[in-house]
Write a protein that binds this ligand. Structure first.
Ligand code: COA
Length: 521
């Protein structure tokens, strides 16, 4: 694991070793699980990797990013509790880092995890990183060390639209948009994997360590009978002096990273949105105090005003329509000096709340203010009275406004994310720029007890307990993050820093004019 990540985990595990209480239990459990997945592959593989003089994926990132700057790792829990946990972090580390003062998307294979090969979640993570890079105009740095597709899973990863081929398709599209694509070949790049460096604008390869070939020595032998070593076939010397597939030859990992930093340093600076950023002011409460408002039982309400107090500058929240549609809280604040609009659930969505939400989203778009959605939602209010009043029509207004909103938007699931409430509050299908979850949060079409009740009513009596159990299991934040339904699980106490970093990145997007569909009146 990288030093920065290790320090963070250690400090959090240490502090509360004695007697964790309340939400602290959830936080401790989160750091325990994080420590497991950040430990890279099996000990034997880590040992072999180090013996070859190679740094681990997170160590490589630690020295690639500017000293003292944070690296925002995405989807660390990808593939968690799947494949017998043999693919920690799905064998790839992705995230946002600052290199020579420039925000970059970093994608690093973890060769200690099944040779850095790709399963479905590895590809989803790689492709998601590229999507974020495309939208936010972030140069991409690929630290390549991968045996390509994990062959036993080939049917799940090879042929479809968003499968392995999409990685190279995206590289071509990103390059065409003028978004720099850089690779450092630090290990194997075989078969399809050879196209990661080959599709890059500029490629560095580590001498005696990096290889690029369409077919490795065993395949060449089988196909043509030719016997050739990996180095002779596609090593650093071959590619920088004979084939020209790579551009720079590095002595080792550290030297390759130094060359890469120097390349980034010479890139032309991109412009950011010219929004007014004021001096950042700390919230009026210590970050850890936020735990005291979080219960693991989602039936207990989470006071969203208190959560906002812990996130925004000076705990200063300018509420909009505070006395109307009170189950949805809307208002303006600053986050580390940046203006943001906040939409947070205080309970189910009523017609008034939906109309208020749609109005507020229009306001933010008109003023070009980024949006933060704080999701804790069981859904829209149900019942004859509400259907007669047209709750579906008002809900549609909110969904329309969210779908067509053009300002940057970040969604944070602070409690439950259930049913159509997920859609109206900028769930994954509504393309938020980032979607994060708190460790205790849950996401599903509905709660297990409700699902069981529905099935009983329609006469599908199965085992009620097993259905509730299934829903419980499938709705956890870890289940979601394992399948890339979000961009990561984050510690509530770190939320302000993470949101600020993510919002800063979104300021690389060009401003756009809002344009809505028909609002059903
Ligand atoms: N599919 C499935 N498993 C693979 C794999 C692949 N493409 N490449 C490596 N692995 C597995 C190995 O079986 C081994 O598994 P284990 O830990 O359960 O025993 C693990 O990954 C590590 O591989 P190993 O060969 O021991 O490590 P290495 O560091 O010496 O070599 C590679 C790594 C990637 C260079 C080498 O494994 C290789 O050449 N793999 C084949 C690459 C290939 O031809 N890919 C084509 C697919 S597009």
């Amino acid at each position: 694991m990288g030093k920065a990540q290790q320090d963070k985990i250690d400090s959090n595990l240490q502090v509360h070793e004695d007697k964790p209480i309340g939400y602290q239990l959830v936080v401790d459990d989160f750091y325990r699980r994080l420590s497991q997945v950040c430990n890279h592959g099996p000990e034997k593989a880590v040992h072999k990797h180090r013996e070859r003089g190679k740094l681990l994926a997170r160590e490589r990132i630690d020295i690639l990013v500017d000293p003292g700057t944070p690296f925002l790792e995405l989807s660390t829990f990808a593939a968690y509790d799947q494949y017998d946990n043999s693919f920690p972090s799905a064998g790839i580390v992705t995230g946002l880092g600052v290199v020579k003062g420039r925000e970059c998307m970093i994608v690093a294979n973890d060769a200690t995890v099944k040779g850095g090969t790709y399963i479905k979640e590895t590809i989803r993570k790689h492709v998601r990183a590229q999507e974020i890079a495309l939208k936010n105009k972030l140069p991409c740095i690929y630290l390549v060390d991968s045996g390509g597709i994990f062959l036993p899973q080939q049917a799940n990863v090879f042929p479809d639209r968003f499968d392995f081929g999409r990685v190279f398709f995206n590289q071509a599209k990103l390059s065409a948009e003028g978004i720099p694509q850089m690779a450092i070949v630090m290990g194997s790049c075989t078969a399809g994997g050879a196209y990661v460096p080959a599709m890059c604008d500029e490629t560095i390869i580590v001498k005696g360590q990096g290889t690029i070939f369409i077919g490795g020595p065993p395949l060449v032998k089988a196909a043509t009978g030719e016997e050739v070593s990996a180095e002779e076939l596609g090593g650093g010397d071959v590619h920088t002096s004979i084939s020209g597939v790579a551009d720079h030859l590095a002595e080792d990992d550290a030297n390759a990273i130094k060359i890469c930093r120097s390349i980034v340093d010479k890139l032309p600076m991109a412009s950011k949105q010219d929004i007014e950023i004021k001096k950042a002011l700390a919230p009026g409460f210590p970050a850890e105090n936020i735990y005291s408002y979080l219960a693991t039982d989602l039936k207990k309400p989470i006071p969203v005003h208190k959560i906002i107090d812990h996130l925004v500058d000076d705990s200063d929240f300018q509420e909009f329509k505070g006395s109307y549609g009170k189950t949805l809280i809307t208002g303006f604040a600053r986050l580390k000096g940046m203006p943001i609009g906040i939409v947070g659930n205080q309970s189910f969505l009523t017609a008034e709340a939906a109309r208020k939400g749609a109005h507020f989203i229009q306001l933010c778009n008109q003023r070009q203010i980024p949006l933060l959605f704080l999701q804790n939602i069981t859904g829209f209010i149900v019942g004859k009275k509400y259907e007669h009043e047209g709750i579906a029509r008002d809900g549609a207004k909110l969904i329309n406004a969210v779908a067509n909103s053009v300002v940057p938007k970040i969604t944070l699931v602070i409690g439950g994310s259930f049913g159509a409430g997920n859609y109206a509050m900028a769930g994954r299908a509504y393309d938020p720029d980032f979607l994060f979850m708190w460790p205790h949060s849950r996401i599903a079409v509905m709660g297990g007890e409700q699902a069981s009740g529905v099935l009983q009513t329609i006469g599908k009596n199965g085992s009620e307990d097993s259905l509730v159990e299934q829903f419980e299991h499938e709705s956890t934040a870890y289940y979601s993050s394992s399948r890339l339904w979000d961009d990561g699980i984050i510690d509530p106490a770190e939320t302000r820093d993470i949101l600020a970093l993510a919002f800063t990145v979104t300021l690389n997007q060009p401003k756009r004019n809002p344009h809505y569909g028909v609002f059903r009146m």
